[in-house]
Write a protein that binds this ligand. Structure first.
Ligand code: ADP
Length: 267
């Protein structure tokens, strides 16, 4: 049996993508898609940098809404499927663009999920891009195995792991770290999200998730992986996501924005 011809096609497509970064989390709801979208907005704020966001959370695609692209459709061109563009240098691909109703449930078995991921890599005309940010489903499932397998000829630069401070979330992060080590993806670092709450009135900080903030940092130290920083809970992040705008642009003077920017500067 010869090499899979699709892998060669993927390799050819991906040769025009400079850096490929996976965004992972052990659990759902920790802010992985939020982080991916803000990273996309932040990188593309430099008009000389071309960014692609690929949402392979096949069963729970939230990127179209968070990036203000709900209801958009994918277009076909001679050179393949075209991503949906937020702006000229920020393209997005998501299964969400293929659903006739965003509330439709996607109930697919592994092979079909793998098929769509393969198509996103092989058939999408991403053009020359500097960063491809891949938003993955929580945990380590079929989607993670397929993307690492399909990109094995094309080199994944690294993974960013998003967590919240609770011990139950941190436990799952250890599994993500283990996964990256097994499939030989470098770990760019761990981000602790929803880490404390700064009251907008009194400016005092409250610890919401026990036992304490800083759990992500300690876990990263124990596991000997870089810790990129903590982002506090801020209701305006949810608001920006629900309305599909860049939190970093809208609330640039907030502590959460500063935290985001410090993290992004390390990537
Ligand atoms: P995941 O991709 O990990 O499932 P999401 O990015 O969809 O998680 O985030 C889950 C919810 O939490 C969203 O409503 C999002 O707006 C909100 N959220 C994420 N990070 C924060 C934060 N630091 N402060 C407040 N809300 C947040």
């Amino acid at each position: 049996k010869g090499p899979d011809p699709d892998l060669l096609l993927i390799k050819e497509r991906m040769s025009s993508v400079k850096h490929k970064i996976l965004i992972l989390s052990g659990k759902g709801g920790v802010g992985k898609s939020t982080f991916t979208s803000q990273l996309g907005f932040a990188f593309s704020s430099d008009e000389n940098i071309q960014v692609g966001v690929m949402d392979i959370d096949v069963c729970g695609p939230s990127i179209p809404k968070i990036m203000g692209l709900e209801g958009e459709q994918i277009h076909q061109s001679l050179s393949g499927w075209s991503p949906v563009y937020v702006q000229e240098n920020l393209g997005v691909m998501s299964i969400g663009f293929m659903l006739s109703n965003p509330d439709d449930a996607v109930i697919w078995r592994g092979p079909k999920k793998n098929g769509i991921i393969k198509q996103f890599l092989k058939d999408v005309d991403w053009g020359d891009i500097d960063y491809m940010l891949v938003d993955t489903p929580p945990g380590t499932s079929d989607e993670h195995l397929s993307i690492t397998q399909y990109l094995k000829e094309s080199v994944i630069d690294g993974a960013i792991i998003i967590t919240t401070p609770q011990e139950v979330a941190l436990q799952d992060v250890r599994k993500e770290i283990d996964f990256c080590r097994k499939v030989k993806i470098p770990i760019i670092g761990v981000v602790e999200n929803m880490s404390g709450f700064i009251c907008p009135n009194c400016k005092g900080e409250s610890v919401i998730f026990a036992p304490t903030t800083g759990g992500g940092k300690k876990m990263a130290e124990d596991e000997k992986v870089p810790f990129l920083g903590s982002i506090p809970l801020d209701p305006r992040i949810g608001k920006a996501c629900d309305t599909g705008v860049s939190f970093l642009d809208e609330y640039s003077d907030s502590p959460a924005c500063k935290a985001f920017q410090d993290i992004i500067a390390k990537i």
